[in-house]
Design a protein around this ligand. Structure first.
Ligand code: MOS
Length: 742
């Protein structure tokens, strides 16, 4: 495939709208006559509501309604399972009973004419609880881990137990061993834009302007909760101010906005407060892991054991791919992985950028680094010695695997040769300097998707899909794909997303948007070209009249007979003569035979340099260099931006982010941006992302592996390994804190 638009570093086509304030986010779609809803969140962690006197605030200024479990409409909550929802359990039925299952659970909604009135009344609502002490400490004695039901099913992506060879014995008998435990804190997504929904009913039809990474799922979920036909619900979301996974699922506030709007027969706007973003919109589950590695003195892995437990709620089983990476990362004859869940009295976690892999890889890559010191082998060399020829867990070849090329490119750009291997051997004045590296990986997913292309009489093309753009530049990259396959200049292509009535796409997550939606757009473009060619051939007035469609070919948006040197005819000519736009749909999914044949993953190598102040223990990341093998890069400018964003997320995971729960009531004590630490500009060093040339003909027609998640995966262990190199202190609990350095 010769490419013109795919691979070029176009700036964002939606950039001007964003910087001029013309991009409209969910909360910007104000409706005439709209009221404002404020959620009242439970202030106990477990128990039941014994008293809630809504009437006491109903006469406060501006109050339109106070909705509690006493007067809320009973909702049918029909079953609905999408790929993004936990496979086991039943979602929270909001305001349907007096039970409190976790701290911050919505227990009432106050609706008023202004936000201020709603907030005042919500604050005045007195509630009594019969409260019990929740169990929220994943590491606590009372916690009983369970086998995740969905992880025992054949074909599950994450298996509760997986084993080849005799891993435990191999580790026990190995000449060199590492056997350690890892604890990664709960994290909350904290995008800039909070969750927001504006709900408006027209009879039995509902429109939601709602922050969502998965519009068609939100449509289906709300339809199921309210018992409506699917087509009665429409979800609109043209822009997202960051999400990182928090908007993959449809959370209770969307239901509450719709419920409130129906209750008062007016449109309702509901925006979560920053604090409420810590309660009911998912979080990266705290994980506890054990890694045991055994190796020969030459550094060949003899045995690997990876056991991990993630927290979940009592009412749903949230799973992520915590231990999967250990199955395929390195060559080893004896491998055992085990994945369990710890049900706690908290809300259900969900996917947060690099879900599962990011946590799992911190453990395995920290252990590999530790092993390299015990062996006295350079960390990159250790990985080279264990580079597999195939995915040994699946016994399949990789569709492509460029891990060692990533290490070579990354090491060169980072200047790995300047590193002296001894811990504490590098200094800059009084600062201890450390350099660390780690592997990154993420599956190259592909999900069924569809798209539509319309050729218009003005020579432009409209492309539509029900996708979202949470920041990676979907508007831009999809326009590039359409321009590529139509042969039109980029400015003549308009890509629209953000409506549930556009052709269906999978969730905007899992790094599969380009693979899935991009492939669907390609298919739609090829189909619309075929239709246009048929029109031209059937048109008696066309120079191509009577031609066999097989003899025609498109080039640069022009149709001519194969081998002909005439100028050809354009979409514009064909559409004008047709008198109506020419429209075609297309869909794409991965051929199951190809999927069966290959193991498909992206790989990367991340390098970090840190400076640790030996007196006060502060850790500054000085640079991060990542090199990635992600198949074809559709837009290097956007791709680099994705990578630096992911690295910053990884810095947060390594050094700052931790949602701390009060053990007495499960309250997130740092549910605000002052105490929930995340990297800010002053923390963010030089970040570099590079891409190895990688051609993968198997993953999808575009040859893309996806990029969003892998950019976070690998950063935290690279930083942790750099901290060890700087200080000789191995920290296996994230985030690494100043006190760990003292
Ligand atoms: Mo990504 S965690 O699938 O938004």
């Amino acid at each position: 495939m010769t490419v013109r638009f795919i691979g070029s570093p176009h700036t964002r086509v939606d950039g001007p709208r964003k910087v001029t304030g013309n991009a409209r986010y969910a909360a910007d779609f104000n409706q005439a006559g709209q009221a404002y809803a404020v959620i009242v969140s439970a202030t106990v962690g477990l128990g039941r509501i014994t008293e809630m006197d809504g009437a006491s605030i109903e006469r406060m200024p501006g109050v339109v309604a106070v909705i509690t479990h006493h007067n809320a409409e009973k909702l049918p909550y029909l079953p609905h399972k999408a790929v993004i929802d936990p496979a086991e359990g039943e979602r929270l039925h909001v305001l349907q009973d007096d039970q409190v299952r976790f701290y911050g659970q919505p227990v009432a909604v106050v609706v008023a004419d202004t936000l201020d009135d709603a907030e005042r009344a919500a604050a005045a609502l007195r509630i009594s609880y019969d409260a019990r002490r929740p169990i929220v400490d994943h590491a606590g004695d009372e916690v009983k881990a369970i086998v995740p039901d969905a992880a025992t099913r054949p074909g599950a992506r994450t298996l509760a137990d997986r084993s080849r060879g005799e891993a435990d014995a191999a580790v026990a008998n190995a000449a060199v061993k590492v056997d350690e435990n890892y604890d990664i804190a709960r994290e909350n997504h904290n995008p800039m834009e909070p969750h927001a929904t504006i709900a408006s009913w027209n009879g039995e039809r509902l429109t939601l302007w709602s922050k969502s990474q998965y519009l068609v799922n939100e449509q289906a979920e709300i339809a199921a909760i309210f018992g409506l036909p699917l087509e009665n619900v429409e979800v609109v979301c043209p822009f997202i101010g960051g999400a990182f996974g928090t908007s993959l699922r449809t959370w209770p506030h969307v239901t509450l906005a719709a419920l409130a709007a129906r209750h008062i027969r007016r449109p309702v706007k509901l925006v979560l407060t920053r604090k409420q973003m810590f309660f009911t919109t998912g979080h990266r589950p705290r994980t506890l892991q054990r890694i045991a590695l055994g190796a020969t003195p030459e550094g060949a892995l003899a045995g690997m054991v990876h056991e991990g437990t993630g927290e979940t709620s009592r009412y749903e089983q949230f799973m992520e791919a915590l231990t999967n990476v250990t199955d395929y990362l390195y060559s080893c004859p004896n491998v055992r992985t085990q994945y369990r869940l710890a049900p706690l009295d908290t809300s259900t976690p969900n996917h947060m950028r690099g879900p599962g892999e990011a946590s799992g890889i911190f453990a395995i890559e920290s252990a590999m680094d530790e092993l390299s010191y015990k062996l006295g082998i350079d960390p990159i060399e250790l990985r080279r010695r264990n580079e597999p020829q195939l995915d040994e867990a699946e016994n399949k070849p990789f569709s492509s695997r460029s891990l060692m090329q990533c290490y070579e490119l990354g090491a060169e750009r980072f200047g790995w040769t300047q590193r002296t291997p001894e811990p504490r051997s590098m200094r800059d004045g009084r600062l201890l300097i450390g350099m660390g590296t780690a592997t990154a990986t993420y599956p190259a997913f592909h999900a069924p998707a569809s798209a539509r292309v319309r050729l218009l009489a003005d020579g432009t093309a409209e492309v539509e899909a029900a996708a979202s753009d949470m920041g990676p530049g979907t508007y831009t990259s999809m326009s590039q794909v359409a321009a590529e396959f139509l042969g039109l200049p980029l400015e003549r292509v308009r890509f629209r997303l953000g409506r549930s009535d556009y052709p269906q796409t999978p969730s905007h997550g899992g790094s599969w948007t380009m693979a899935s939606v991009g492939s669907a757009i390609r298919a739609a473009c090829l189909e619309v070209q075929a239709q246009a060619a048929r029109r031209a051939a059937a048109d008696a007035g066309s120079p191509l009249s009577g031609a066999s469609v097989d003899d025609l070919e498109w080039s640069e948006g022009l149709l001519r007979r194969r081998g002909d040197t005439s100028p050809g005819i354009s979409y514009h000519d064909i559409v004008v003569r047709a008198g109506v736009p020419i429209e075609a749909g297309g869909s794409a999914q991965r051929d199951p035979k190809v999927a069966e044949q290959y193991s498909m993953h992206a790989f990367g190598a991340v390098f970090a340099e840190v400076a640790v102040d030996p007196d006060v223990g502060t850790i500054a990341v000085r640079r991060i260099v990542g090199a990635y093998g992600i198949g074809r890069v559709v837009n290097p400018l956007l791709a680099r931006s994705q990578c630096t964003g992911g690295m910053i997320g990884g810095m947060g995971m390594a050094l700052m982010e931790r949602t701390a729960l009060d053990p007495r009531d499960g309250r997130p004590v740092n549910a605000h941006m002052a105490d929930y630490l995340m990297p800010v500009n002053l923390d963010i060093p030089e970040l570099e992302a590079h891409f190895v040339d990688e051609v993968d003909p198997h993953v999808n027609p575009l040859g893309v592996k996806g990029l969003g998640e892998i950019a976070l995966v690998g950063t935290a262990p690279a930083i942790g390994n750099a901290v060890f190199h700087a200080t000789g202190k191995r920290v296996r609990t994230l985030p690494i804190r100043i006190e760990d350095m003292l």
